[in-house]
Design a protein around this ligand. Structure first.
Ligand SMILES: Nc1ncnc2c1ncn2[C@@H]1O[C@H](COP(=O)(O)OP(=O)(O)OP(=O)(O)O)[C@@H](O)[C@H]1O
Length: 585
């Protein structure tokens, strides 16, 4: 094969065969030394470059492409495969020199043949499905009948039908966004279906019509009476709303959905793009990032909220039992963030029970989200939520120790008097009891507690101190503090630290000789009862607060859990994340 460009020719001082603009440039080179201070070898280099045959070839290609830019390419022939075949035949029948042999090999190459076949298909526009001729028996007297032909593929039609009770007609009830019917642009909500492949459907049940459709292969011909113009002219704009789902959904288990096949299943935590909410009961949605452009039906917010509320009043449901039987988050209200390494503050209890009960009443099925990318220098606090003893303080210690110049804990406040050896703002910020009580009243503390007659707490100001110093604030708080923290200014990233199965929990904690945090002396290992309690409390936290969690981290093997936490921290800083939509408006 010849080379694409010829080898460079020596430069010539009188460039006559060049492109006129290039020629001007080359001539201008002579004047450069008079105007600016330049090295001789740079000039020679530039001269050689401008005169090189590679640049000539590139300019030629550029010229050709730019003059042909507006000309639509059209095929010279649509039988290139046949021509190639004939040429091959001709070549074979004669003695071949090396060029002929090379050409023969290229023409015989399967990829090349496939390429020519594609070319021919495109050239002859052989990519549209072939529709049969329209039937001749259309009654001209019928004023506004439309005949719609669709070629059935594996893809569903993307429309639901219903029976109009007054007229007994089958009517298009909804068009699924992005589905085949929607893309056809000729089927609309409200169109009456009179015939399917010549079979009259008036008076039939929607299920019968679905069976007729299921039995058809190839082309489906609908005879439709168009909907009122009001419907037909309606433009369905795709909404841009994204929500995070807080429940699992499988349309197969949904007795109410108008068409199970049109349903979209999803899991708790999935991000859904809500494309249409015209029907408040059944929204149309796509899973974010899903290649399938056809939307599916999902229950709307009101319907799902009613279902969740009902679940809570059904005695056999786990939600009901959780609400009736379980106590508040026993022990989990202890102020982990205010402990530092001082073991004696470990007894602090938070009076959070009432809040916990209040949390039971919240029903959140979807919350609207939007993408958010951190601005370097202002990082989102990473907040770890866990049942006592699961290990979040260990994880916090490790991540801060890994890079203290980047990760930082808050400095707690206390009303106890400062000891002579203590420095304000080092271990604690010292406040008078009166001031601290007033700050607590004014919601300046995300959590607080009392120990031996003194108040301790973590203030919002302490969190801002860390955030404003361009560090990642690492916080371990009680779940009830999440609500106070979830503000647009802080945009906390909430990590739920969860225990593994009871067997793994027992094994990992015993083999590490982990000391029970429920024992004030911290001298004994966790009892089996405490390990079970850890799992039960975690389940309760999860049931009440999981809609706030951005990530669930299972603390099984400590090293693995810590590495995962580092990866999460990296992602929160460097990759866009879904946050409540209100935070980015
Ligand atoms: N994955 C793990 N494997 C083994 N030991 C662990 C693991 N995670 C934590 N531990 C150990 O368990 C003990 C309790 O951990 P940690 O102090 O972090 O608990 P905590 O969840 O912060 O508890 P609390 O909230 O009650 O203070 C510590 O000795 C810690 O080293």
């Amino acid at each position: 094969m010849p080379a694409l460009v010829a080898s460079p020719t020596p430069s010539s001082p009188t460039p006559t065969r060049h492109d006129p603009s290039l020629q001007r440039l080359i001539l201008a080179l002579d004047q450069i030394p008079n105007k600016i201070d330049v090295r001789q070898e740079d000039l020679i280099f530039l001269n050689n470059l401008l005169q090189s045959s590679e640049l000539q070839a590139l300019l030629k290609i550029h010229g050709k492409v730019s003059t042909n830019e507006c000309i639509e390419p059209c095929p010279v022939a649509s039988n290139a495969s046949q021509i190639a075949y004939d040429v091959g035949d001709d070549l074979r029948s004669k003695p071949m020199n090396s060029d002929a042999k090379e050409l023969y090999q290229i023409l015989a190459f399967p990829h090349f043949q496939a390429l020519l076949e594609c070319h021919d298909k495109i050239a002859s526009k052989d990519f549209m499905p072939r529709l049969p001729e329209l039937p001749l028996d259309i009654d001209e007297g019928e004023p506004s009948v439309k005949i719609v032909r669709l070629v059935k593929s594996n893809e569903p039609l993307g429309a639901t039908i219903k029976c109009d009770e007054d007229s007994g007609m089958i009517v298009i009830a909804r068009i699924m966004h992005g589905g085949a019917a929607d893309r056809s642009g000729v089927i609309h909500v409200g169109d009456e279906v009179h015939e399917v492949n010549g079979i009259p459907v008036k008076g039939k049940e929607p299920d019968d019509v679905v069976s007729i459709l299921a039995g058809i292969n190839g082309t489906i011909t609908f005879k439709l009476v168009p909907a009122e113009l009001e419907f037909e002219n309606r433009i369905y704009r795709e909404s841009q709303v994204r929500v995070r789902a807080h429940f699992d959904y499988d349309p197969k288990d949904d007795k109410l959905i108008p068409c199970k096949e049109a349903g979209l299943g999803f899991n708790k935590g999935d991000i859904l793009h809500i494309v249409n909410q015209d029907d408040p009961t059944w929204w149309q949605a796509r899973k974010e990032g899903d290649k399938n452009q056809r939307a599916g039906l999902i229950p709307g917010r009101q319907l799902q909220e009613r279902r969740e509320a009902l679940k809570r009043t059904t005695p056999s449901s786990p939600a009901f039992q959780r609400e009736q039987g379980s106590p508040g988050l026993r022990g989990s209200g202890r102020g982990s963030t205010i402990r530092n390494s001082k073991r004696k503050t470990r007894k602090i209890m938070y009076h959070a029970k009432e809040n916990d009960e209040y949390d039971n009443e919240e029903i959140i099925v979807f919350d609207e989200v939007a993408r958010f990318q951190v601005t370097p220098g202002r990082y989102r606090p990473i907040v770890m939520i866990a049942a006592p003893g699961v290990g979040r303080n260990e994880l916090k210690r490790r991540i801060i120790a890994s890079d203290p110049s980047h990760f930082k804990a808050t400095i707690p406040h206390t009303s106890r008097p400062k000891k002579p050896t203590e420095v304000e703002g080092k271990e604690y910020h010292f406040l008078s009891r009166l001031q601290m009580e007033s700050d607590i009243q004014n919601n300046r503390f995300i959590e607080h507690g009392e120990y031996k007659g003194n108040l301790y707490g973590t203030s919002l100001d302490a969190i801002y101190d860390v955030v404003n110093s361009s560090k990642v604030c690492i916080l371990n708080v009680h779940p009830q503090a999440i609500k106070l923290l979830r503000i647009s200014d802080l945009k906390p990233y909430i990590v739920f630290v969860k225990p593994p199965s009871i067997d793994r929990l027992r094994m990992t904690r015993l083999s590490a000789q982990a000391k029970s945090t429920l024992d004030p002396t911290l001298t004994r290992t966790f009892s089996d009862e405490e390990l079970h309690e850890m799992i039960a409390t975690s389940q309760r936290i999860e049931a009440l607060y999981s809609h706030y969690f951005d990530y669930t981290l299972i603390n099984d093997d400590l090293q693995v859990a810590y590495s995962e936490l580092r990866v999460i921290a990296y992602r929160v800083e460097h990759e866009p994340q879904w946050v409540p939509a209100g935070w980015v408006r």
